[in-house]
Design a protein around this ligand. Sequence first.
Ligand code: ZN
Length: 349
Amino acid sequence: MQAVQFSEHGDTDVIEYDDFPDPEPDDDEVLVDVKAGALNHLDVFTRMGLGALGRLDVEMPHIPGSDAAGVVAEVGEDVARFEPGDHVAVSAGLSCGHCEFCRDGEPTLCENFQIIGEHVRGVHSEQTVVPAENLVPVPEHVDWEIAAASPLVFQTAWRMLVTRADLQPGESILVLGASGGVGHAAVQIADYVGAEVYATASTEEKLEYAAEVGADHTINYDAENFADAIADVTDERGVDVVVDHIGKATWQDSLDSLAKGGRIVTCGATTGRDPETDLNAIFWNQYEIHGSTMGTPGEVDDVLELVWKGEFEPRIRETLPMSETARAHEIISNREGFGKVVVVPDSEL
Ligand code: ZN
């Protein structure tokens, strides 16, 4: 089969689309004919060899990709939930199932938590093999691009807002980077919950999209400091919740945007992991800081149910053949456009 792959970490020129041995499912695994995959910022870090807590050590050549959707081709002996012909999407979180945190029903806190596409072989290839428990059923009316682009960002945003920040109707929330995958999912979920949604992006066009998917107020962070803007529009009060996946470049302004007792929730740090933090502001104002990573199977089911029903919809900014995955990485790194970048096996085009 053909697969996106790289044999060393580095710039986009390490990415190839080439032959790779056909995968075969183990007893608890499913072989999927991939119809579409979607990129995440994670893929850029994985290509560079940067894991959340240090250098990645993956088996080479590595197939990247944490999001994909397709048709079940073959199931392992122990798999009862799926059969050939079923439409499925990949949910990329891997938990051990037996550590203290898994036993407490917190699989995303697993001591051995791994992500398909980051720590183990990913799914951007003509065929892929994944554990049955990492597949979710997709109704047949759902487009492949939508099915591929939804799982990672919507489960991540759902856990951040609904589970970790416990966002309530009528509360105010600021979503940074609303044009990115997680950002545009967070805007939709916040709107669905019934919150007052403030969103930032870098161009007027992106802000229009943010408003279309549910932002009540938009702030162009290139034109003005967003913490000052939040102070202005909230009469110095600030917002109840801030969603920050930007990191170093925005962290202190995010804290400065919070109301007394406010919550900040982070799932990533694309501009750097080591911001300065004013601890006095945290204790005096009694802020809560929540980390969040992906979602539990229950959260995945809850949010994807709403995607399949059309309540939420990932915006597809561009669809490319898998052989142009390097270009997909550039689009994400350069923050071009709004929403998700999808890749399709060249043989499917
Ligand atoms: Zn575990």
